[in-house]
Design a protein around this ligand. Structure first.
Ligand SMILES: [Zn+2]
Length: 85
């Protein structure tokens, strides 16, 4: 009886390790989607500023004309200037 129990335990342990391993492999192989081709990007001229540290970032290309701002200091940067060319 004890032998069957230890075999069951071994099978359970194997299944757990196998499942975790497969999940880890899946998360490793999952890569972000590739950016759209250059022709599909809109030319923008937007300036974002971080309200916490004052960093300013200029966005020159975006997949849409009104994209979300980049993040800095764990928050979204604020749009301070937007002039479309
Ligand atoms: Zn910041």
């Amino acid at each position: 009886m004890g032998q069957i129990l230890s075999i069951l335990m071994a099978v359970m342990a194997f299944l757990v390790i196998y499942t975790v391993g497969v999940k880890m492999m899946a998360s490793f192989s999952r890569s972000p989607p590739p950016p759209p081709p250059d022709g599909e990007l809109r030319k923008v001229r937007m300036t974002f500023q971080c309200q916490s540290c004052g960093t300013e970032v200029r966005m020159t290309k975006a997949p849409e004309t009104n994209p979300d701002g980049p993040s800095c200091c764990m928050q979204e940067m604020e749009l301070v200037h937007n002039s479309e060319e």
